[in-house]
Design a protein around this ligand. Structure first.
Ligand code: GDP
Ligand code: IMO
Ligand code: MG
Length: 431
């Protein structure tokens, strides 16, 4: 049985947490394969709101095994806090595991992330300051510490010593800051190692055995393709591969394990941090959408920049990811608007561009089609036929443009606020 993959198709925060929770009900495994605690995936069930950073969004169901895969970078301090917070909310975390090969985010990664951003000034990326970039840098530089080093404290001691000596050169000589003290970091992290060691597993065999035993596996992407290190709006990107292709690298599975590629997009666009955003709204509608959509970062609480749906970018995202099922979220947020714009092509230097350029610049202009709003609350609707006509026209236009049928439309943050549009496919994949 092919596994399901859920990915974000814009600049993150599309509602992947809500959708993973919803679609994982019948899964045996939910696996994160990239990113780190830069993610904030929200799940809203009745009066409870959960925000997950490292732990897969399947954790709410006690029968699901959740694996933080080898391609993820793990901040143990943040992970332990997340476990505690979930347990305080009566969530069973006994089936949450960490892959041995995952790299560890250390305090110096967080500091270097922050110092670099401060030094770059107006050229900064607007990172989450969670140390994600520096952790992946060390991984590629082949000096990183992996979770398996937590199982052999002698190895951990040596690797940490080497890293702190090396980082202190950068911290003192480049950034002119106080050096880090090895002993206190070592002692703190040895304690974390003790707390999490029983969760550290060889995920490769666990996942392969599960697959060959017919278990249902769902891979949960973090961030999104426009933040992808290879295909995003470089350099304003994150440092991992949030694409469907990233699953093979980040979870250690071959492509033929994967079957259903489910892309999640908002009915408009948002972006946190700096970087090009062709459809960013430059008037008060930006604030209207932010307020109605509660567009504030789940991790950093920063205001999200809001813009119109960018179909040029969305088509590019669906192409790279090989999306065969599309989910549109937050359609309810547009309900008050008089007019809704959709970008269908770009203009640059007076020329029309019908593709998403590799060097997308801030001065690219979006060419829009206007749709009349429906001006009715739709958050209680759960059958497609009952949506207002103007709303259906908007949805139909998206499907025609992308040549993809929409599987599900989300009309509220709560678990049950959904319209299953393609019931046949939905039940085929998720029952
Ligand atoms: P993720 O990072 O992709 O998981 O998304 P976030 O959780 O960071 O941001 C999505 C936000 O929108 C969260 O606050 C969700 O509770 C909320 N949300 C998800 N789907 C909907 C929806 O259909 N309508 C509304 N109004 N809110 C939604
Ligand atoms: P989820 O999984 C939205 C953005 C940051 C910054 C850039 C690089 O919740 O969708 P980083 O700390 O990764 O080096 O920052 O990427 N970013 C996100 N934006 N949602 C996320 O995750 C993000 N994770 C990183 O704001 O612009
Ligand atoms: Mg988020």
């Amino acid at each position: 049985m092919p596994s399901n993959v859920i990915v974000g198709l814009q600049w993150g925060d599309e509602g992947k947490g809500k959708i993973t929770d919803l679609l994982s009900k019948n899964s045996d495994y939910v696996i994160r394969y990239q990113g780190g605690n830069n993610s904030g995936h929200s799940i809203h069930i009745k009066n409870h709101r959960f925000i997950l950073h490292l732990i897969p969004s399947g954790v709410i169901y006690s029968h699901i095994k959740c694996i933080v895969g080898p391609g993820v970078v793990v901040d143990p301090k943040s992970f332990i806090k997340e476990i505690k917070d979930l347990e305080l909310m009566d969530i069973d975390t006994s089936k949450v595991f960490l892959a041995k090969r995952a790299h560890v985010t250390m305090p110096y990664h967080r500091l270097l992330d922050q110092y670099k951003e401060e030094t770059l000034g107006y050229k900064s990326i607007g990172t989450t300051h969670r140390g994600i970039g520096p952790t992946y840098e060390d991984k590629t530089a082949r000096i990183g510490i992996r979770l398996l080093d937590f199982l052999n404290i002698k190895d951990f001691y040596q690797k940490l010593k080497y890293n702190i000596d090396f980082k202190n050169l950068i911290i003192t000589k480049v950034y002119k800051r106080e050096p880090l003290i090895f002993k206190s970091i070592y002692e703190e992290y040895v304690e974390y190692a003790k707390i999490i060691s029983n969760r550290i597993i060889d995920s490769v065999y666990e996942i392969h055995n599960a697959f060959h035993n017919g278990k249902k596996i769902l891979f949960e992407g973090a961030q999104a393709i426009l933040l992808d290190i290879n295909y995003g709006t470089y350099p304003y990107v994150t440092t991992s591969s949030p694409s469907t292709g990233g699953v093979c690298i980040g979870a250690g599975v071959p492509p033929n394990f994967l079957g259903n590629f489910i892309g999640v997009a908002k009915a408009y666009c948002t972006r946190v941090g700096f970087g090009p955003f062709p459809t960013e709204i430059q008037n008060n509608i930006n604030d209207v959408i932010r307020k109605k959509g509660n567009e504030y970062g789940a991790t950093t609480k920063r205001s999200r920049r809001c813009g119109w749906l960018d179909l040029m970018a969305l088509k590019y995202s669906c192409t790279i990811n090989g999306i065969n099922y599309l989910i549109i979220t937050k359609l309810d947020v547009l309900s008050e608007l008089e007019t809704i714009k959709v970008c269908v092509e770009y203009k640059w230097n007076g020329r029309i561009i019908k593709y998403f350029p590799a060097n997308i610049e801030k001065d690219i202009q979006s060419v829009y089609i206007d749709f009349p709003g429906w001006k009715k609350d739709i958050s209680h609707i759960n059958e497609y036929e009952n949506l207002p006509e103007n709303c259906k026209k908007y949805i139909k236009f998206i499907e025609d443009y992308l040549n993809l049928e929409i599987l599900l439309i989300s009309v509220g943050s709560e678990r049950n606020k959904n319209i299953i549009k393609n019931k046949y496919s939905f039940f085929k994949i998720f029952s």
